[in-house]
Ligand binder design. Sequence first.
Ligand SMILES: Nc1ncnc2c1ncn2[C@@H]1O[C@H](COP(=O)(O)OP(=O)(O)OP(=O)(O)O)[C@@H](O)[C@H]1O
Length: 348
Amino acid sequence: MIVAENLVKEFRLAERRPGLAGSLSTLFTRRHRIVRAVDGVSFTIPAGSKTAYIGANGAGKSTTIKMLTGIMTPTSGRCLVRGIEPYRHRQANARRIGVVFGQRSQLWWDLSVPDSFRILRRVYDIPDAVYRRNLALYRDLLDIDALGTTPVRQLSLGQRMRAEIAASLLHDPAVVFWDEPTIGLDMVLKDAVRHLVNRVHQELGTTVVLTSHDITDIAAICDSALVVDRGRVVHQGSIRDLLRTADRRSVLFDHRGGPGPESACARIERGLPGVSAASAEDGRIRVDYPVDAFTSRQVLAFLLEHFDLADCYAPEPDLEDVLRRIYGGGRREPVPAEVPGPRQEGAA
Ligand SMILES: Nc1ncnc2c1ncn2[C@@H]1O[C@H](COP(=O)(O)OP(=O)(O)OP(=O)(O)O)[C@@H](O)[C@H]1O
């Protein structure tokens, strides 16, 4: 189980003033501002779940993952991964987790992937049978042998990400934190990665925490979602519950005889104010209605009354639309606060 209790992370940044005079004055008097990247976040992620950690750019996801993996220490609050505070017990935590950060590597830059894996085998003391089983799986699903003996620094982003994903699972960790794991992968490899993580989860009960801007990744891998906005959790629950928060829903239908698509749409929009109707690509008519104005029963009753329905169905709301609404249609930076103080910069 993973727990965050009032987790806060602030960064203290030196403000640079523009121009030469500004740069010179910065040498003598520095102003600082505090950026609160994570703002009192609390959540519980059950063991064995596959949770998507979702939020707009700058929402604080990577910073939270860095605290959960022990790379950063919280400014206040705490987090626990399987009972230990990761930043206090980095080594103990590292043995039980696997990590992929799309932006940084856990592999040895000048060594080949097989050499890196051999080192990881020693570091984690991976039993022979586990090591062989996992390599066979990566050969099968990620075509890992094709990376050959090329040094990691000469691999393409997609090739490196395959190796990073494999490396994060090599020691059968109880928890994996994957931050944008499918960056740079083509469609076939994305599918392979989704298949791999689902298989590992099924066989070993691995807890998966995934941050991704790829909705297909989220839908294909995760069963739960934690949504953060401006450093705060705004939704926690199943993906299904998240979809239920949609403020608009749709019905698609086909009808026999009667008016053509244009006048059918006009009739619907006249009869149900606030609803929009349009021809869908498959020739059906798509009706989008606000859930605070109409129930699906009302919409269906209207359609049955006015059209000879041949076929009718209500698709799941679109996860992307739901998230777009939660993010509020724009990226908002954490609110900075000016503080006086000594010269100091960057991360804790
Ligand atoms: N080391 C740092 N020093 C200063 N500010 C930082 C640092 N790391 C992150 N921030 C700031 O904290 C906020 C949250 O950043 P974070 O990388 O956690 O967001 P994110 O949700 O992972 O974003 P993205 O989806 O773009 O990866 C941003 O405003 C970012 O600029």
